[in-house]
Design a protein around this ligand. Structure first.
Ligand code: ATP
Length: 230
């Protein structure tokens, strides 16, 4: 049976200083699925994600949370169960891993069950962690709160494939527990390996959408046609 979307963009226009760089984008995320938004640099992926998170005002169309317009205030959205891992990384460098986890809404124990790798690092200052460890910390913190929706922007950027696989597995686990995951990625392959559906943005417009299976089967062609890769 089809479940209803938990978060949806309908005919969304978005951008900066009233100039839309995202035009007429409709996409949705349902509980328990991973949806990946692909597209080349500057296609409007981050802008779409930020607008769906309510962090950037939309310029037209609407963002719906369980079928109602999303409340503007951040604490409403967070209480409703929206988790975000933004592109500009948000560990607090001078605080320990433990204190960074404490800032989250989820139990620290839950975060450590999801990422046992963090346990021996609890006393370490977050600023001293590797890029991959910082990304695990952010992901653990976001997922420990059992969000209804997690929006993650370029989680894999600059990381070794092994760590990317680990992060993608954690997202898959969260989705299997019911979280709807919207993942923005420039590198398609590893995201598609765990995703259920995919959308492709090009110059601010949706140019392709389909199942992740379909995207995986046609990856070479899709990369050539839409992602500017040979
Ligand atoms: P990237 O992978 O480079 O982040 P993206 O697909 O996420 O690409 P966006 O960051 O959404 O693309 O950018 C879409 C367009 O909006 C680009 O032309 C970009 O230059 C522009 N843009 C992004 N951030 C801002 C900003 N803060 N102010 C003005 N223009 C911006």
């Amino acid at each position: 049976a089809e479940t209803a979307p938990v978060l949806e963009a309908r005919g969304l226009f978005a951008g900066y200083r009233k100039v839309p760089c995202v035009r007429d984008v409709s996409l949705d995320v349902r509980p328990g699925e991973i949806v990946v938004v692909l597209g080349p640099n500057g296609a409007g992926k981050t802008t779409t994600l930020l607008t769906m998170a309510g962090a950037l005002p939309g310029l037209g169309g609407e963002v719906l949370w369980r079928d109602s317009p999303m409340k503007a205030a951040l604490h409403h959205r967070v209480r409703a169960g929206l988790g975000v891992i933004p592109e500009e990384r948000s560990v607090i460098s001078r605080l320990s891993v433990h204190d960074n986890l404490r800032i989250g809404r989820g139990p620290i124990e839950h975060a450590l069950e999801l990422f046992p790798e963090l346990r021996p690092l609890l006393r370490r200052r977050a600023g001293l962690l590797s890029g991959g460890e910082q990304r695990m910390l952010l992901t653990a913190r976001a997922l420990a709160a059992d969000p209804a929706v997690l929006l993650a922007d370029e989680l894999s950027l600059g990381l070794a494939p092994k760590i990317v696989t680990r992060l993608m597995q954690a997202l898959r686990g969260a989705a299997d527990r019911g979280t709807g995951v919207l993942l923005v990625e420039q590198h398609a392959r590893q995201a598609l390996a765990v995703a259920d559906r995919a959308y492709i943005l090009q110059r601010g417009s949706l140019v392709w959408s389909g199942s992740a299976d379909e995207a995986r089967q046609n990856l070479r062609r899709i990369e050539r046609a839409y992602l500017g890769q040979d």
